[in-house]
Design a protein around this ligand. Structure first.
Ligand code: EPU
Length: 421
C-alpha cells in the first residue's frame, strides 16, 4: 500500500488546475448505458473510482475508448452491445457508486441485478430510496442472496417523494425516468451541481427534463436517447480542498478550471476565516499570510455546507485562532479523521454529531492512517501545515477521488512524496 510522506511548513505558491468532478463523472459514465449511440466525455478526472466504473461498464459490454489529455481524459462510451445487466458484489464492494447502473439498466433493458452495497466507513448508507422510487415507477424488485433483482417491462412515470434528499438516489431515478413512459416528478430531489451536470448531459442526449438545479425535477419520458458530447463539471470538493490547504499552510495560489458559482458557502466560510480570495468566473486566487480564524459550520445538502468538505475545513480549524464547532448532519460516522488529527497535536473532542475544536498554534508530524477519501485529504492538509514529517498510510482512499494530488501539491512547493509499497 502506498503512503504519502509530507514534510510540513512550506508555504504554497503557484497555480493548480482543478480536475473534473468525481461525483459528476461517475453518474455521467453510467448515462452511457441509456443509449446505443456514443457519448463523448471530456474533463474526466484520472481517478481510481473512474477506473473502477469503467471496468464495471466494460464487463457489461460497453465499448470504451480513453484518450489522455493535459487536464484529464476524453472518454467515449458506446452502449451498442450491452449483454450483461449485472453489477457483481466484487465491484460494488469496492465502490458504492456502482449502484448508479441500476436505474439506467432497468429503464433501457427491463432488468438489472446489482449487489446491495454493504456498510460503509462513514455511515450505514442504505439504498432504500433508490428502490422505493423504482418500485413506484412499476419495477418489481426482490432482494436475494445480497443482490437487488429489478424487472420492469416498461417503467411508468409517476410522482416520487423521497424520504430524504439523496444524491445518487436522485441520479438513479432521473436516469430511469428519461426512458419511462409518461411524466415522472421527482420531489425532494438533490440540488447538488453534480446532479445538474448529469441532467444537462441527459438533455443533450434528448431527454426532456424541467427544473434542473431545483428540488423538483419533471421528466417527460422519451422512447430513446441519442449520443452527445459533454465536459464534466469542475470538482468543487477538490477546489475546496486546495483552498483549505492554503488557508492552513499559508501561501498564494491560483486555482484554474474552477466553477466559482457553485462554491458560495465554502468561499464565505474561508473569508470568515480571514483568507483573502479573489475570484474570476473560472479561477480563484487564494492568499493567506496569517493564522486562520476559527469558523463554525454545520453540513447540509446543497446549497448548504457540503459534508464532503467537512474534514478539510476541520483541518484548517485545528490551527485556527479560537474555538469552533463542526456539526455533521448527513452521515453518522464521518469524524474518523478526528483521532488521527489529534495524533498530530490537534485538540478536538466529539459529542454525538458535533466536534469541538480548540485551535492550537502548531501541529507536529506523526504517522497517521487515512480512513476514507475526505478524511485522507484532511490529513494531507494538516500535514502540510504541521512541523516535521507526517507519514500517511492507506492513501488508496485518496487515489479513489483525487487526481494526482501529490503532483499538484508538489508543483506549488509542498514537500510531499509518494512512498511506494
Ligand atoms: N440515504 C438513505 N437511503 C437512501 C439513500 C440515502 O437513508 O436510499 C441516506 C444516507 O445514508 C445519508 C443521506 O441519506 O445519510 C445522504 O446520502 P446520499 O444518498 O445523498 O449520498 P450518496 O448519494 O451515497 C453522494 C456522494 C458522496 C457525498 C454524498 C452527500 C457520489 C458518488 N457520492 O453519496 O460523496 O458525501 O452524496 O453529498 O456522488 C465523497 O465524494 O467523498 C462522497 C462520499
Amino acid at each position: 500500500m502506498d503512503k504519502l510522506l509530507i514534510t510540513g511548513g512550506n508555504r504554497l505558491s503557484g497555480e493548480i488546475a482543478i480536475s473534473g468532478a468525481k461525483n459528476a463523472a461517475l453518474p455521467i459514465l453510467c448515462a452511457g448505458l441509456l443509449t446505443s449511440s456514443t457519448v463523448q466525455l471530456s474533463n474526466v478526472p484520472r481517478l481510481q473510482d473512474v477506473s473502477t466504473m469503467l471496468k464495471l461498464l466494460r464487463q457489461m459490454g460497453l465499448r470504451i475508448e480513453q484518450t489522455s489529455e493535459q487536464d484529464g481524459e476524453r472518454v467515449a462510451v458506446c452502449g451498442r452491445a450491452i449483454d450483461r445487466f449485472e453489477a457483481p458484489y466484487e465491484m460494488v464492494k469496492t465502490m458504492r457508486a456502482s449502484i448508479l447502473v441500476l436505474g439506467p439498466l432497468l429503464a433501457r433493458f427491463g432488468e438489472a441485478k446489482v449487489s446491495l452495497p454493504g456498510g460503509c466507513a462513514i455511515g450505514s448508507r442504505p439504498v432504500d430510496q433508490h428502490i422505493k422510487g423504482l418500485q413506484a415507477m412499476g419495477a418489481e424488485i426482490t432482494i436475494e442472496a445480497g443482490y437487488i433483482h429489478a424487472r420492469a417491462k416498461k417503467l411508468k412515470g409517476t410522482r416520487v417523494v423521497t424520504d430524504m434528499i439523496t444524491v445518487t438516489g436522485t441520479e438513479n431515478l432521473l436516469m430511469a425516468a428519461t426512458l419511462a413512459e409518461g411524466e415522472t416528478i421527482l420531489e425532494n430531489a438533490a440540488r447538488e451541481p453534480e446532479v445538474g451536470d448529469l441532467a444537462n448531459l441527459l438533455v443533450a442526449m434528448g431527454a426532456r427534463i424541467d427544473g434542473i438545479g431545483t428540488d423538483r425535477l419533471v421528466i417527460q419520458g422519451v422512447s430513446e436517447l441519442h449520443g452527445a458530447s459533454h465536459a464534466v463539471i469542475a470538482d468543487r470538493i477538490e477546489t475546496a480542498t486546495f483552498l483549505c490547504a492554503v488557508a492552513a499552510a499559508g501561501g498564494d495560489v491560483k486555482l484554474t478550471n474552477v466553477r466559482t458559482d457553485i462554491l458560495d458557502v465554502a468561499l464565505d466560510k474561508l473569508r470568515e476565516a480571514g483568507v483573502v480570495l479573489t475570484t474570476g468566473p473560472d479561477w480563484i486566487r487564494v492568499q493567506m499570510a496569517a493564522r486562520p480564524k476559527a469558523v463554525n459550520f454545520r453540513t447540509t445538502e446543497y446549497p448548504g455546507f457540503p459534508t464532503d468538505m467537512q474534514a478539510q475545513f476541520m483541518a484548517m480549524n485545528c490551527l485556527a485562532d479560537g474555538n469552533s464547532r463542526v456539526t455533521e448532519t448527513i452521515f453518522e460516522n464521518r469524524f474518523m479523521h478526528v483521532q488521527e488529527m489529534n495524533r498530530l497535536g490537534a485538540a478536538i473532542t466529539i459529542d454525538g454529531h458535533t466536534a469541538s475544536v480548540s485551535g492550537v498554534e502548531r501541529l507536529v508530524g506523526a504517522p497517521v492512517m487515512a480512513t476514507d477519501l475526505r478524511a485522507s485529504a484532511s490529513l494531507v492538509i494538516a500535514a502540510l501545515a504541521a512541523q516535521g514529517e507526517t507519514l500517511i498510510d492507506r492513501i488508496y482512499h485518496l487515489d479513489r477521488g483525487y487526481d494526482r494530488m501529490e503532483v499538484k501539491l508538489s508543483a506549488v512547493g509542498a514537500n510531499i512524496v509518494r512512498v511506494k509499497s
